[in-house]
Ligand binder design. Structure first.
Ligand code: ATP
Length: 876
């Protein structure tokens, strides 16, 4: 049986004589639910004494059980593994690096892979390998895969023909091996296999499985008889995960594709590309112990020094980088330190944000653990999965991928959207078969996804990825260790931001907007544009971009969401400016902006030229951290929705440019982070508080009637917000031909219940109100309903007619409607916060143009000061 629980006590390692001689043993107490277990860890498992501490989670698999003095005791047996913090899912590639050197693992985490030919080529060769296994023609596969990497190759100054030849040499080795008769008809192949283990706390994607055994591809050479040790480790990880699924994988194969590509006379060693080795329990235990060590370092937030493993720094090609990082950040490292130590403030800042980012990563892992901790129904209720699918058809596509279709008996709500990358699976995403998939279509009664390999499509799961977390870390690294001193002086408050003087007229009907454009153009370091709801942020951004380009500057235009990036492009386009390149995935970019989208695939030179010559490049901040955009430099980075971005996310864009302009509103939604803490404050908010003079607030709004905007203006903008024109102020439903229904703002009292997150009675009332507006002639697309909880959104969604948008505040930010109904989910007290914080309330109350109805329990709402003022205002 497996023992799994929280460590409450760790003993001392003792040596005892047993029938096998002297052996070490470590006693640990583990709490599993309400009971405490004494567990003895024997032999090498005692190593964990060095890092095991109370509070950690521990698993002992196949523990031996015995009764002693009326108590059940457990001990590790021959088959056992001991796993520390299994919920922290360590990537197989990280274990491999950690074995090479823990410090290298740390550095890779910080620095992110740059654009490098070896990396791009490696990816292409892996893809061609998968294609060959799927039975594709070698030449076709090479042609297509090289083309697909066209943009990266072009930026690396590579020609199509040259890369083709290079890849061919590597791929021929594989093909030769596949054809060597080594493989018989019985060979069962499967390429790219996603494996996750909730017991061992490991996840990864194996290059291929042959007869149930792992095969790993390496695009390097190795003339020794044996595979390299760290390569073996990687294959052993997969073997461990496979054996957990009942496949006793005792052999691993490493394919070194460069081996056959070398001239025969070059080396005297073993030139066969494939090297097999046997995988014994000892190696698997080593893998688990290494993984434990890594997880424990992460748990205790300790920076590796390199001493943990017996790393040989003098042979390491990362030695210099390692010494610089440790020198500047004042870290202990086996390689030693060079470089000047950064000022204390910067080191503290680095440490604080590093910890915050890693805390966020742990939250992502916790989210991941819900894949097995929650039942399918719980996941569906939580909107994290679409369950109960019935596999319908599967079709192999010309490129060897698969299109899978399934029927969807119930169209429950979920976070999954078309274009998302999800985990498609047979009903059990962890122990069954699961494949990464792209959602092609999501209808009420059918789903269509595409995958590399077919699966029985019974369920789709949200796939929590820590890619964004990794990108935050490299943005932090780039800022602290690579940015200009001047930038750090300003952002760390040692110098004030500077502005050139001079004012010109760019916008003649709005003074604040004009001041904002001037501030942005005059900024030598950065400028801030504070834009409350509907004040023309996008309009102002478009004007700034156009003017910068006219002055010969290269601009990076970025925002948190694809939607905001596309909106800004739209505004730029409507100013008659079209020299723009949009970087993003096909599914992320809006249909009418596809013409600006730069495809990653194509002729290397042409694609690179398009990017490098573009005056304006537009992408989300997440994409700003990609290999492609990290190869580009700009004069100015202009970031919209900056108040919704974490500081490192904003830096990802700012790092790419000499100056930056942030546009946002810290009185609306803050950054969305799971862990809270330091990441919930945006750089925008920090800077506007530190340097109010660097910002300009847009004070005229083009959206709400006078009556609607009043509360938001007094509560959140010191009463400074005002309607831009008389028409905006005095607008009424009559302007759109609707009469006989209430305008302005109204409060509807509904008696509260003690139900926490839904209220059916209130949903009924909301529906009646919506119907009254529709009956009076308001188009469904012009009516919106906002509720604080998803459960209430579902409750209302199933009642109101199609076409009426019903959603949470987060989904409404940035949009507006003629009529808005806000459901406060009447409850009889204010125990659970309604809109989490007042900023969400501000967003909810500033979406309507002409009519807004607030529905809730007035007595309960009145117990909070802000809500009391709101009820009074709405009941006027
Ligand atoms: N100076 C201006 N003169 C005329 N119309 C303007 C001006 N500035 C903005 N507008 C108009 O006001 C409307 C709102 O502007 P915009 O979409 O730029 O606002 P926003 O602040 O980005 O909105 P949100 O709060 O939703 O992000 C648009 O229709 C825009 O054309």
């Amino acid at each position: 049986m497996n023992v799994r629980g929280e460590v409450t006590e760790v003993g001392e390692v003792r040596s005892v004589s047993t029938q096998y001689g002297e052996r070490d043993v470590l006693d640990v107490t583990v709490r599993e639910d309400a009971s405490f277990h004494e567990v003895s860890l024997w032999g090498k498992w005692t190593e964990s004494a060095e890092y095991l501490s109370p509070g950690m989670e521990l698993v002992v698999t196949d523990a031996e059980e015995r009764e002693y003095a009326g108590e059940t005791e457990y001990a590790t047996g021959k088959e056992s593994y001991v796993v520390v913090e299994p919920e922290f899912l360590v990537n197989v590639t990280d274990i491999r690096e950690f074995v090479q050197c823990p410090r290298q693992y740390y550095l890779s985490k910080l620095q992110a892979l740059p654009l490098k030919y070896a990396v791009t080529k490696g990816t292409i060769v892996h893809e061609v390998f998968g294609d060959l296994l799927r039975g594709r023609d070698l030449d076709d596969a090479i042609d297509e895969r090289v083309r697909e990497a066209g943009l990266e190759l072009g930026l690396l100054d590579k020609e199509f023909a040259e890369v083709r030849e290079d890849v061919r040499q590597n791929a021929s080795a594989i093909e030769g091996w596949l054809n060597q008769g080594l493989l018989t008809e019985e060979d069962e192949w499967r390429s790219e296999y996603t494996l996750v283990s909730d017991t061992f706390g490991i996840k990864g994607r194996c290059d291929a499985i042959r007869r149930g055994m792992p095969v790993e591809l390496k695009t390097g050479k190795n003339t020794n008889r044996d595979p390299r040790f760290h390569d073996k480790i990687q294959a052993a990880c997969y073997a461990l995960l496979l054996s957990e699924r009942g496949v006793p994988a005792d052999t691993g194969t490493l394919l070194y594709t460069k081996n056959a590509a070398m001239a025969r006379n070059e080396a005297s060693g073993d030139l066969s590309p494939a090297k097999e080795f046997s995988i014994g329990k000892g190696l698997l235990e080593f893998v688990v112990r290494t993984r434990n060590h890594l997880a424990a370092l992460e748990w205790s937030e300790t920076t590796p020094t390199g001493y943990e493993a017996n790393a040989k720094c003098e042979y390491c090609f990362e030695q210099d980088a390692c010494m610089v990082v440790s020198g500047r950040l004042g870290q202990e490292s086996k390689a030693g330190q060079i470089g000047r130590k950064l000022p204390e403030a910067e080191r503290e800042y680095f440490d604080d944000l590093y910890d915050a980012i890693e805390a966020e990563r742990r939250e992502v892992h916790r989210e991941y653990a819900k894949l097995w901790k929650q039942s399918p129904d719980e996941r569906a209720d939580d909107d994290r999965a679409i369950v109960g699918l019935e596999p319908d058809s599967r079709e192999e596509l010309p490129d060897g991928r698969w299109r899978l279709t399934a029927k969807r008996p119930s169209a429950a709500t979920s976070k999954i959207r078309e274009g998302d990358r999800v985990l498609a699976n047979d009903g059990d995403p962890v122990h069954g078969t699961a494949e990464m998939a792209r959602v092609e279509r999501l209808d009420a009664d059918e789903v269509v996804v595409s995958t590399d390999e077919p699966v029985e499509l019974r369920r789709l799961d949200v796939y929590p990825s820590d890619l964004n977390v990794s990108r935050m870390l490299s943005a932090l690294h780039d800022f602290v260790l690579k940015s200009e001193e001047r930038r750090r002086d300003v952002l760390f408050g040692r110098e004030d931001p500077r502005f050139e003087s001079g004012t010109e007229t760019f916008i003649d009907n709005n003074d604040a907007q004009n001041a904002a454009v001037n501030r942005a153009l005059n900024a030598e370091d950065f400028a801030l544009v504070h834009g409350p709801p509907g004040t023309g942020k996008t309009y102002t951004i478009a004007r700034i971009v156009r003017e910068l380009v006219e002055r010969g500057e290269r601009v990076l235009l970025s925002a948190f969401t694809n939607r905001a990036v596309d909106n800004a492009l739209d505004a730029i386009e409507s100013q008659g400016f079209e020299d723009v390149v949009r970087v993003g995935t096909e599914s992320g970019v809006r249909e009418d902006m596809q013409t600006y989208r730069l495809s990653k695939s194509g002729d290397p030179r042409e694609q690179a030229e398009k990017l490098e010559s573009a005056d304006v490049v537009a992408a989300t901040t997440a994409t700003c951290g990609s290999r492609i955009l990290r190869s580009q430099e700009f004069d100015v980075a202009l970031v919209d929705e900056a108040s919704q971005l974490t500081e490192p996310d904003t830096l990802a864009a700012a790092n790419r440019a000499e100056r930056f302009v942030l546009v946002g509103d810290h009185q609306q939604l803050p950054p969305v982070v799971r862990s809270g803490g330091r990441l919930s404050e945006s750089l925008f908010e920090r800077l506007i508080e530190q340097y109010p003079d660097a910002g300009v607030m847009l004070d005229q709004q083009y959206r709400m009637s006078q009556r609607i905007q009043a509360f938001s203006s007094t509560e959140f903008y010191d009463g400074q917000l005002r309607p831009a024109t008389g028409e905006v102020a005095g607008q009424s439903l009559a302007d759109i031909g609707v009469t006989g229904v209430p305008e302005g703002v109204r409060f509807e009292h509904v008696e509260g219940t003690d139900a926490a997150h839904t209220d059916a009675r209130e949903a009924e009332r909301v529906t009646e109100l919506v119907e009254a507006y529709l009956d009076a002639g308001v188009e469904p697309g012009e009516v919106g309903v906002i509720a604080p909880f998803r459960a209430q959104v579902t409750e209302i969604g199933r009642r109101v007619p199609d076409g009426v948008a019903v959603d949470t505040v987060d989904r409404f930010q940035g949009s507006s409607k003629e009529v808005i109904v806000v459901s406060f989910v009447a409850s009889d007290d204010m125990e659970s916060p309604i809109f989490e914080d007042y900023r969400r309330l501000n967003v909810a109350l500033s979406r309507a143009k002409k009519a807004m109805v607030l529905v809730g329990d007035a007595d309960a709402l009145r117990t909070d000061d802000t809500y009391r003022r709101m009820v009074e205002w709405a009941s006027l």
